[in-house]
Design a protein around this ligand. Structure first.
Ligand code: HMG
Ligand code: MG
Length: 305
């Protein structure tokens, strides 16, 4: 099997993971989580989102989190924003990359950000221009790329149109996102193959939720096409509050474990990540869905010391 030699893992646990949690997680615990993820070797971490606290109260303290995390060299600390107010807040905390998002589905977009698809793209124009001026990288998420909780099937052509618009507007990369975890590997292959006819592979990434247990299979489908930029969430927590039925993101330690076992280097330390995952389970008071941390027979290098 021909696979990329390395993969870039972007950790979304402190943002996608915690944005949907019912029980509050303290700012101190969020800061410790981001720092522990960095210590585990993750070089790209989304520490929060700067949206309206009325819409997503769980992320209201992202300013403090961003200001108080320990910045390690070589790590890209990233934040999700949806408007200029959010961009300015996030910039004040010193983000390295701004993550913007638009759904392909009109209904999802209105429910998630109170704007239609074209309207939201236009709203991002000044943010992209400002980020360029500020020397901040721009990552654009294309949500509901594989299906929508409100509209169902999404046409490939419409996904490609949003991806190309984002890149034409100045985004550095586009992340095709399976918001509700409904994608399957054949669909992933076909949508990515279509994108790769127009977009270089190093400008494409994927963000899979694992609602139906197919996220790792979808990762493999992407890998086989040379796509090697993956989002994951420690323990497998996650979900969008405005996408009913969405469950957690692909679990980062399971994702890294699979890649490393197949010889795809990530630079992430799985045993350290498993410890972070156990700490998060303690914080949330429940078991998280990831598999490798509780596998009875695992390679000796993963056994608890
Ligand atoms: P709106 O109600 O149209 O905005 O919401 P508005 O401008 O009328 O503002 C409403 C109130 O919010 C005002 O306060 C604003 O000041 C305040 P008031 O005057 O009523 O006191 N406000 C803000 N406060 C602080 N920071 C801000 C900010 N913006 C407005 N940045 C808006 C529009 C975009 C703000 C809203 O829809 C929103 O916050 N949505 C957040 C939705 C969200 O976070 N969803 C989850 C993340 S997306 C995701 O998870 C998908 C992803 O993982 C990929 C995938 O899986 O598909 C990325
Ligand atoms: Mg998500």
């Amino acid at each position: 099997m021909k696979l990329p030699k390395t993969a870039k893992i972007h950790e979304v646990g402190p943002r996608d993971g915690l944005q949907n949690e019912k029980a509050p997680v303290s700012t101190t615990d969020k800061i410790a989580l981001v720092n522990a993820l960095a210590q585990a070797g993750l070089t790209s971490i989304e520490y929060g989102s700067f949206v309206s606290p009325k819409w997503v109260p769980q992320m209201a303290d992202s300013d403090e989190v961003g200001r108080l995390i320990t910045r390690l060299p070589g790590i890209s600390y990233q934040a999700l924003v949806m408007n200029m107010k959010g961009y300015e807040r996030a910039k004040a905390t010193g983000m390295d990359s701004v993550n913007i998002v638009t759904g392909v589905s009109e209904t999802f977009n209105r429910k998630n950000m109170n704007a239609g698809v074209d309207e939201s793209l236009e709203n991002y124009r000044p943010i992209i221009a400002q980020a360029r001026q500020d020397g901040i990288q721009i990552t654009a998420y294309v949500s509901t790329a594989f299906g929508c909780p409100y509209e169902g099937e999404i046409l490939f052509a419409n996904v490609l149109e949003v991806s190309r618009k984002f890149l034409t507007m100045g985004a550095d990369e586009v992340i095709l996102s399976d918001t509700i975890g409904c994608a399957h590997p054949k669909q992933v292959s076909e949508l990515l193959a279509m994108h790769l006819e127009h977009i270089p592979v190093d400008k494409l990434g994927v963000h899979f939720h694992d609602t139906r247990g197919l996220a790792l299979a979808n990762v493999l489908a992407a890998l086989q096409l040379g796509v090697n930029r993956f989002d994951g969430s420690v323990g497998g927590m996650g979900g969008c509050p405005f996408a009913p039925g969405a469950q957690g993101n692909v679990c980062t330690e399971d994702l890294v474990f699979m890649l490393e076992e197949m010889g795809v280097e990530t630079g992430v330390n799985v045993p350290a990540l498993i410890e972070v995952s156990r700490t998060v389970e303690g914080l949330l008071g429940r078991a998280l869905p990831g598999h490798i941390k509780s596998a009875k027979h695992k390679p000796s290098y993963l056994e608890r010391k």
